[in-house]
Design a protein around this ligand. Structure first.
Ligand code: BGC
Length: 362
């Protein structure tokens, strides 16, 4: 039984204490204006850019009240535009994670997304939602971001309208999605923030302690495409049901750890509805992140592919394992795995999804 099941979900109504301000962040290479919205509560400061509906910073206090920015990223818009591999802080879509060969069939018709990762489609193809400028407007306690993706965008059918409300409620950042389509299509949106609870430039996160409410995970092949099985985590380095340091078993010879170059796997979150999926604690600062979600899965990715070539917002190079991602999602390649929870969205229906990031310290 997972350690996290039954943990209380902090849902208050502190968003009235949140202030929202907006400033220009510059112009993309295509000439689009990008804004940064800053949400400030007594506990957190969250910076969100309309480019990629992206989290560009979260200042969170440690146990003594000392604040640090716990999200990896850049100082400048141009750096985000140049980077085509990390997806720092962005919303990825239309299909977060992989679709095998970029191909799927709906109602007998086959669709092709441009393969951009070892012959497969990753995070929505070569120009995914992370590279778009979203429309934004202030809402109470936050900002509503909207992206209209035209019929045929990256090969996906239907005009898709994706709305995402980011609202700040005390120590909790709520991400609430509502998505509609004009034709049957597949959708899987998630946020791709990399966190380091010691501060974004503090080096490896291997000493961070993770608890994950997941009794099963989806093993992958060499290209990180799920095999279709749901495997038990028991007795493997994937068992985080009790608090365990991320680095403790990362060098294991388990074949899945070799294939992922570390953790880069989808976990099947126990239970249904809005529930706690994960908690991470940095033992040094005492900062903690709790991830609550309605999604059936979460991708644990520990920045296996960062290699020290990218320089972050405070001038420090991001090396391997400089951050961790917990991407709440439907399972990778669900359009080709009929036994996985469906990612099909039909006209007339609204896909709703919610993920809450809560920052604490002890
Ligand atoms: C994927 C990784 C990929 C990373 C891109 C993650 O969601 O699972 O395989 O390298 O995104 O930065």
């Amino acid at each position: 039984m997972s350690h996290l099941i039954g943990a209380p979900i902090a849902m208050t109504n502190l968003s009235a204490q949140t202030t929202v301000s907006k400033e220009s962040w510059g112009i993309t290479q295509e000439g689009k204006h990008v804004e940064i919205y800053t949400l400030t509560s007594p506990r957190l400061t969250v910076r969100l850019a309309t480019h990629g509906a992206r989290i560009v910073g979260i200042d969170a206090p440690d146990a003594t009240g000392k604040r640090a920015d716990v999200v990896l990223g850049y100082r400048e818009l141009a750096s985000y535009e140049r980077d085509r591999s990390t997806y720092f802080g962005a919303i990825v879509g239309r299909y977060g994670n992989r679709i095998a060969k970029g191909r799927f069939t709906i109602d007998g018709e086959t669709y092709q997304v441009p393969p951009n990762n070892q012959g497969h489609a990753l995070h929505g193809g070569s120009t995914g939602f992370d590279r778009r400028v979203w429309a934004a407007r202030e809402v109470p306690g936050g900002v509503e971001m909207t992206l209209v993706s035209p019929d045929g965008d990256m090969g996906f059918p239907g005009t898709l309208t994706a709305k995402l409300d980011y609202t700040l409620d005390g120590a909790s950042l709520h991400m609430s999605y509502a998505v509609t389509t004009t034709k049957p299509t597949v959708v899987n949106l998630t946020n791709h923030a990399y966190f380091n609870l010691a501060g974004e430039s503090s080096g490896s996160i291997e000493h961070h302690v993770l608890t994950l409410a997941a009794s099963r995970y989806t093993p992958v092949d060499a290209a990180l495409i799920p095999t279709g099985e749901l495997q038990s985590v028991a007795g493997t380095p994937f068992d985080f049901r009790e608090p365990t340091a991320l680095g403790e078993r990362i060098a294991s010879s388990h074949p899945q750890m070799k294939l992922g170059h570390g953790y880069d796997h989808n976990f099947v979150v126990d239970g249904e509805g809005l529930r706690v999926a994960a908690r991470v604690r940095d033992p040094e600062s005492g900062r903690m992140l709790t991830v609550t979600t309605t999604e059936p899965g979460v991708q644990l990715y520990v920045a296996n592919f960062l290699d020290g070539t990218l320089t972050g917002k405070t001038g420090v190079k991001y090396g391997r394992r400089a951050g961790f991602c917990l991407e709440t999602q439907h399972y990778p390649d669900s359009p080709n795995q009929p036994a996985f929870p469906s990612t099909l969205l039909r006209p007339g229906a609204t896909l709703r999804s919610m993920t809450v990031l809560t920052f604490g310290a002890d």
